[in-house]
Design a protein around this ligand. Structure first.
Ligand SMILES: [Zn+2]
Length: 72
């Protein structure tokens, strides 16, 4: 489910969706504190509807590592 966020831009809307997923997905919740931390950054760093590129990269890096070890 989260793999679709690996392509394209990650904006505040995408971060909110991932945030909801992580909150409702036992596996993500248990295994991905780092994802939740970076999603919190998405919220606090978003400006005018966009998330800074370094934050987007951080999200995608975490998604990649999640996907590699633990497909969701
Ligand atoms: Zn999940």
């Amino acid at each position: 489910m989260l793999s679709r966020y690996l392509e394209g831009e990650i904006g505040p809307e995408q971060c909110a969706e991932m945030d909801r997923h992580v909150a409702g997905c036992a596996r993500c919740k248990a295994e991905c504190d780092s994802l939740r931390r970076v999603l919190a950054l998405c919220k606090s760093e978003a400006r005018e509807g966009t998330v800074p590129p370094d934050v987007q990269k951080a999200v995608q890096r975490i998604l990649l590592s999640l996907q590699g070890s633990n497909p969701t």
